[in-house]
Every structure is written in structure tokens, then in C-alpha cells.
Design a protein around this ligand. Sequence first.
Ligand code: FAD
Length: 331
Amino acid sequence: MKEVWVYIEQEEGKIHPVSFELLGVAQRLASDLSGRVSALLLGYKVEDIIDEIFAYGAEKIYYLDHQVLSYYRHIPYVKGASELAKKYKPEIFLIGATPLGRDLAGGVATHLETGLTADVTELSIDSETGQLLMTRPAYGGNIMATIVCPHHRPQMATVRPRIFPVPERKSSIKGELIRESVELHEDEAKVKRLAFIPKEKAVNLEYAEVIVAGGKGIGSKDGFSLLAELAKELKGELGASRLAVEAHWIGYEHQVGQTGKTVRPKVYLAFGISGAIQHRAGMQNSDFIVAVNTDPEAPIFQIANLGIVGDWKKVAEALLFAIRKERSTDG
Ligand SMILES: Cc1cc2nc3c(=O)[nH]c(=O)nc-3n(C[C@H](O)[C@H](O)[C@H](O)COP(=O)(O)OP(=O)(O)OC[C@H]3O[C@@H](n4cnc5c(N)ncnc54)[C@H](O)[C@@H]3O)c2cc1C
């Protein structure tokens, strides 16, 4: 039976959410191939997360448990994943396009002498050939390219976080656990982690529940100071359009869209953003979109759940005032 593999990225026994998203899309691909979804888990003493992986749709888990895998290192992780892929020959192998996932995927594809499509935003099965169609922006986002891997297996892709929804969790479902072993040695790893120092405040746009975003319409860099105050009150993150980033009003790590990040917050507030197709591509799956724009014809209003025609600054200030007033009355 053809297997669609999902690499389960975990750090300190905590699964990266993109792995759940991949388990969701893998179910669709496996069903189109009349195959099954299998998960590949590498780590050391991470049994606690196994039920969670079944609950999100894996029918089989290949689990490689080894002390050398207690934290991510390129050489042993690539060796472990490649050896198991050689043994079980998956048809498709999906990995999250995270910093660790990207590092792993290139090494595994090289070992397996197969192709790898990086940073994919769409996946489907060609109904005639049964091949995986992997689509991603190309040439700076000017075209969408669909890539196939006809002659080698597995068909490998790294997939951007937040492109696919997390599937429903079914805690009652259990599958088959296959414990595997691969010979790994500490001295092969070449690098040693001396300390783990998490970044104090990294921008976490992809998984933010609230995003306050600004575009060219906010007029200047100073505009982002007001939006940052609003984001702080709402416990959210700052987002931006490409034009705001290109104007150097805010860093690229805040850019939302086709050549920026894909987001799915509960609330997306768009101030002075026209809603160009490339911006919408990154935020149209937000649960609730509030748009503020002086132009009643701005395309952003076509997808907004709440549209306010008006000056962004007046609306942002009024909102900030109302939130603070409400909090002070509550407290
Ligand atoms: C290959 C390619 C990839 C791209 N990738 C991205 C991407 O990843 N992300 C992205 O965002 N864009 C991307 N773009 C650019 C995109 O096409 C748009 O140019 C960009 O999104 C527009 O940014 P904006 O909405 O801030 O600016 P504008 O389109 O200039 O819109 C500004 C808006 O502000 C409104 N406004 C003006 N004054 C006020 C005011 N006082 N109060 C309220 N509203 C006001 C205006 O009515 C207008 O609608 C890409 C383009 C290409 C060609």
C-alpha cells in the first residue's frame, strides 16, 4: 500500500503545529492514492506524544528512539530519516518548511537521490498519473509553478506553515506503532549543543491569534508605533504589507502575503492596506477580518467581515481608547 509520510517535528517533546497541518493534507492525498498516512518520529524518550500523532490522523508511526536524537542535529537526523525511508519506501514524504525541517529535507532528499520541492503552498494528486503535484511561487512570486517528480521516489516537499488547516482531533483513534532502530553514534554527530537559549521575543506571525497589520496607507514609520500599542493591548503581533516593508517602516519578518508569511489568526485587523491579491494570499483564511480604508472600493473590503471606511489613525486611536477604557472599568 502506498504510504504518505509526514515528518513529525518535535523539540523537547513538543510537536510543531505544522506537523498536524501536514497530517491533515496527507489524509486527503492518501485517500486519493488509496494509500495510508504514516508518521515518522525521531527523538529520545518522546513516547508521550505518540497518542497525539494518532489523534491527528496517522495510521502508522515509525518511531526511532535514540539518545543521539535527543535534540536536532543534521547528521544523525538525516541518517535516521533516510535509512527508514530507504527501508519502507514511502510514495510521498512531507516535511514542514521550518528552519529545522528545511535543514532536514535537503539532506534526506540528497541521501535518497530524489527531488525536493521547497516551500510548497498547494498539494494534489494528478488523477491520471497518480503523481504528486507540488505548487509553489516562483520567480519572486510572479508565477505559480507546479512541480512533479516523475522518476524518483519518494516525492518530497517542504510545506509552509499555516497553508493547511489542522485536522479534527480524534482522541479515540489508535494506529500501529513500529519501533525502529538505526545505528547512530554520538561522535558522528559532529556538533554538540552546549546550551539552549530561546529567543526572548521572536515574531511569531504564523501562529498569532490576533494580527494588527499596516500598509502604505498608514503614511509613515511612526504609524507602526500606534499599531504596536494596539497589538500589545490585544496580545497580538504586528503584520505589514509588502509596500510598508519596502518603505523600511517595518522589518520583512512582519510581511504577510505571497512572498511573506501565511497567517490564520482569529482576528486580522488591516489598516491602510488595499488588499492586493498577493497580500490576500497570505491572510484570506483568517477567521475574522476587519479592514479600515478611506477608499470604499478597496479590494480588501471584498473579504472583510467588518469594513470601516475612514482614516486608519482615527479608528486605531478610538479602538485603543475604547479597549483601555473598558479595561480600566473592569479592573
Ligand atoms: C510577485 C509579487 C509578490 C508580492 N508579494 C506581496 C506580499 O507578500 N505581500 C504584500 O502585501 N504585497 C505583495 N505584493 C505587492 C502587492 O501587489 C501590493 O502592491 C501591496 O500589497 C500593496 O500594499 P498596500 O496595500 O500597503 O499599498 P497600496 O496598494 O498603496 O494601498 C494603500 C491603501 O491605503 C489606503 N489609505 C490611504 N490613506 C489612508 C488612510 N489615511 N486611512 C486608511 N486607509 C488609507 C488607500 O485607499 C489604499 O487602499 C507582491 C507583488 C508582486 C508583483
